[in-house]
Design a protein around this ligand. Structure first.
Ligand code: PEP
Ligand code: MN
Length: 339
């Protein structure tokens, strides 16, 4: 870290800072300029205590970090792109994966029809929420355990892998029995106890970016999973809150490119929550492929007009089929193979 002292700091004030830096476990290297002194503090910022507390000293102008706050999710910690094995489906590397299905599991008929339809059209992972985080307590909250039973049935019938959201720590164990991937939703993106519990389940985890989360905070949330022993993590960009009203959220494709640069973990894009409009899903999928995403999480419903949640953003079977077909040249240009 670098500690910048205020202009005209006295020698005793500089010595105080040097001593504090040493006390916190760093080796201080003072650089005396004509006007200002800078103390370079050498040491691993992720092991030693932070020096940001030195801002409290009156002679300190600013403390700057040199290293990133995340380590295990960073590219420095891995040799190339991580490929996450989801019970045989390999996510990451040159592969491109499509996860598709309804926002909510509503019935056996609805889920099984969707599972067959999306499998036939190119999906290898089935999504469907059994526990739904709804803004209003009067809205459909999901079928809970019955929803998990239906997801399990769909897995056994179609061979598709299952991704479903886990809302609370107390649900992790039984959701992990039905799911091949645990989804941590945007509203829980910084629920650190839930992250730790999901890490301990040793199931692959898809971590959504919170709707008001900075990229660094998203990486640090993923760091919780890796630091707690789970390296099978997928990052998921699903749009952030902005002033825009034409879309439900603003899908941040720049964040996808940045996450790919920063981290070795696969990055998935959810265009459905990302814009909240069925008519934009297809073009956003192309954009996601073009910026280097490793896969998509798409809401598909047999009859979106009758959906119990997020009807406005779910695509029907034929639109989903066209979307996958028309995505092919974009995947080819990006050097990806659909798995
Ligand atoms: C969802 O996938 O249906 C969902 C609730 O997602 P998010 O957490 O991104 O809002
Ligand atoms: Mn949804």
């Amino acid at each position: 870290m670098i500690v910048i002292l205020k202009p005209h700091s006295t020698e005793p004030e500089i010595q105080d800072v040097i001593e504090e830096v040493e006390k916190l476990g760093y080796t201080p290297h003072p650089i005396r300029g004509a006007l200002q002194t800078v103390v370079a503090a050498i040491g691993d910022e992720r092991v030693h205590q932070t020096l940001e507390s030195l801002n409290a000293l009156p002679q300190v102008e600013r403390v700057l970090r040199v290293q990133k706050r995340y380590k295990l999710v960073s590219r420095e910690s891995a040799d190339g792109d991580t490929v996450v094995d989801v019970d045989g489906v390999k996510v990451g590397g040159k592969n491109f994966v499509i996860m598709a299905g309804p926002c909510s599991v509503e019935s056996e008929d609805q889920l099984l029809a969707t599972a067959r339809a999306v499998r036939k059209r190119g999906a290898s992972i089935l999504r469907g929420g059994a526990y739904k985080p709804r803004t209003s307590p009067y809205e459909f909250q999901g079928l809970g355990k019955e929803g998990l039973r239906i997801l399990d049935l769909a897995r056994r019938e179609t061979g598709l892998k299952i991704i479903t959201e886990v809302l609370s720590e107390r649900d992790v164990e039984h959701v992990a029995e039905a799911a091949d991937i645990l989804q941590i939703g945007a509203r829980n993106a910084q629920n650190f106890q839930l992250l730790i519990e999901c890490a301990k389940s040793h199931k692959p985890v898809l971590l959504k970016r919170g709707m008001n989360q900075k990229i660094e905070e998203w990486m640090l949330a993923a760091e919780y999973l890796l630091a707690n022993g789970n390296s099978r993590v997928l990052l998921c960009e699903r749009g952030i809150r902005t002033f825009e009203t034409y879309t439900r959220n603003t899908l941040d494709l720049a964040a996808v490119a940045i996450a790919k640069n920063e981290s070795h973990l696969p990055v998935i894009v959810d265009p459905s929550q990302g814009c909240g409009r069925a008519d934009l899903v297809k073009v956003l999928c192309r954009g996601a492929a073009a910026v280097g995403a490793d896969g998509l999480l798409i809401e598909v419903h047999p009859n979106p007009a009758e959906a119990l949640s997020d009807g406005q953003q779910q695509v029907d079977f034929s639109t989903f089929g066209d979307l996958v077909t028309e995505l092919a040249p974009f995947l080819q240009a990006a050097g990806r193979t659909l798995v």
